[in-house]
Unconditional design. Sequence first.
Length: 219
Amino acid sequence: MSITDIWDPVKIAGIREIIKTRQQDGWDEAWQKDVTPWDAGQLQPPLKELIESKRLPLPTTGRALVPGCGKGYDAICIAEGLGIETIGTDISETALKQAEDYTRSTGTTANVRYEVADFFAMKEQYDLVYDYTFFVAILPSRRPEWGRKMAEIVKPGGYLICLVFPILDPTDTGPPFFVRPEHYDEVLGDGWEKVLDEVPKISMESHVGKERIVVRRRL
């Protein structure tokens, strides 16, 4: 199965062409033109289920980070579900303007805010970091850098939640780039304890059989 079986093939072709020609600047153009096939229009059910189940002692104080947060659905979910200050970041100003508008429309009183930021330049540390469709959006050649940065910014005892999606047939094109759960293991290295690794108990219909939720604690 390919990504065009679950996302609009026209939008997939569009985002790949934009990123090919505009590189990093292309992400803001994609949001301006609404060429955003990854935008599900809602929070991710596996994240909500994990938080509400209280199966893991996820932090309820400190700060959480959601890189590549888009419209902020999952950032709001974390802020509301854990009561933790949550910062959603993106390199697209347009995406974050839409995130701010969406957040206001929900009427939430959760402590969530948004910042234009380059994940790879971040210096501050967080008690929780959540990755959904961020890992698969970056060039595979930058994945080791992603792993090193996660090791830097997740505090000892903090958590990294990765919703691995889309798990599909191998491909040389992207974004989204080909991914398997073990690709995260390869770049994160030592210094982590894997505390959860499972097929989500609940997923969006289009995501069933194509995602896995993995949670690690920083040692």
